[in-house]
Design a protein around this ligand. Structure first.
Ligand code: TXA
Ligand code: MG
Length: 348
């Protein structure tokens, strides 16, 4: 159904009353796009089955892919789960509000649409004043996936969400570009050892300051393994073009990419290059986008999804991309690049 989407700027003078209105839309079963510190979210009342169904419809999202529930106060956890472990409490204290999503055993009253039929619920408290204010005014826990059409790169600017969801949601709250640019880390504490199901803003290294051990789910190390997090199994974050990533020894990577660009052109393709500031002048390619400096992974994280969407605007047929270090935030960056490339990452 096409509806009029109201766009609200965080800079407008009466932002307080506009957030009140956003909250009332949620209580009436509506959809509201809101900024978080990671990416924009597409929010609905997590306790309202039919509102949550609308999220799946608006995004074209597979029904078995569960949603993250966003809260603004730790006391809201009580409505979602009966079990908060010692480990979870330590991490909540350390990282909330922030880009860490934790899985809990879910309470029965939560609709199965929210959790994709699983017996766990994923919860996080976003570190963004507008998000926190909005959730508070909604007086509900907010189920919210990233505010993109399923499969496309996550939205790091209001315009990205508008491009995908205009006419499908009731309101979009514009908070400008998001700070982190990559989604939250999804962490499962239910097993013997804590498992990262999706690498994100809170790195393994940061978690190790508070936990004795943390592993990555095997599907993160090996794209052929079946992931434990349903969302990780889909091709994702993708530009419309075919994408290939080359990573490893810098000179070999540059040589391989230059060769692939040439080959692509000979095949009559419009070839796009995704690279870093340090190397952008070393290639001959008609359509180049830099993710920023390879020495500044925070900057790369912020720019990545916008760059991937950029190739859609350039209407290229093939994107050849330079891989980055997998240290720290690099793990999440490379995870998103690998997904965007449908696993086509070549290590040299
Ligand atoms: O930063 C973020 O996490 C953003 C902002 C909006 O908060 N949200 C986000 O949501 O990235 P989404 O739906 O695009 O990704 C959620 C991921 C999916 O991979 C999903 O499968 C996983 O979290 N997930 C959610 N609930 C889960 C559960 N109970 N068990 C395992 N994985 C779960
Ligand atoms: Mg997503």
């Amino acid at each position: 159904m096409i509806k009029k989407t109201v766009i609200v700027s965080s800079e407008s003078e009466d932002i307080g009353s506009k957030l009140d209105f956003a909250g009332s839309l949620i209580r009436r079963g509506g959809l509201v796009v809101f900024p978080t510190e990671t990416v924009y979210g597409l929010g609905a009342d997590a306790t309202d089955r039919s509102a949550v169904e609308k999220i799946f419809k608006a995004k074209g999202r597979p029904q078995d892919n569960p949603l993250i529930v966003h809260i603004c106060d730790v006391s809201q956890l009580r409505d979602l789960t009966d079990e908060v472990s010692e480990k979870a409490s330590v991490l909540i204290e350390a990282f909330w509000p922030g880009p860490l999503t934790i899985l809990f055993k879910k309470k029965d009253n939560l609709p199965e649409e929210t959790t994709g039929g699983l017996d766990t619920v994923a919860v996080r408290m976003p570190n963004h004043p507008l998000a926190l204010d909005f959730i508070k005014k909604a007086q509900r826990p907010i189920a919210a996936p990233s505010a993109n059409t399923s499969g496309r790169p996550s939205p790091t600017r209001m315009e990205h969400a508008q491009e995908d969801l205009d006419g499908k949601v009731d309101m979009i709250i514009d908070g400008g570009p998001t700070g982190l640019g990559l989604e939250s880390t999804v962490l499962d504490l239910s097993g013997d050892r804590p498992l990262i199901l999706r690498p994100g803003g809170i790195t393994r290294e940061m978690l190790l300051d508070y936990l004795e051990d943390v592993d990555y789910d095997r599907s993160i190390e090996d794209i052929n393994e079946k992931p434990r997090s349903p969302g990780q199994k889909y091709r994702h974050y993708s530009p419309k073009a075919d994408m290939q990533v080359y990573s490893g020894e810098p000179e070999l990577v540059i040589e391989a990419i230059a060769g692939r660009i040439k080959e692509g052109k000979q095949e009559g393709k419009r070839v796009g290059l995704l690279t870093v500031d340090e190397n952008i002048d070393r290639y001959e390619c008609d359509f180049k986008i830099s993710m920023g400096s390879s020495k500044n992974l925070e900057q790369v994280a912020r720019k990545l999804f916008d760059a991937l969407r950029g190739f859609d605007l350039l209407e290229v047929d093939l994107v050849v991309a330079e891989g980055l270090s997998e240290e720290g935030l690099g793990k999440a960056i490379m995870n998103r690049m690998a997904k965007a490339a449908g696993g086509k990452v070549y290590y040299l």
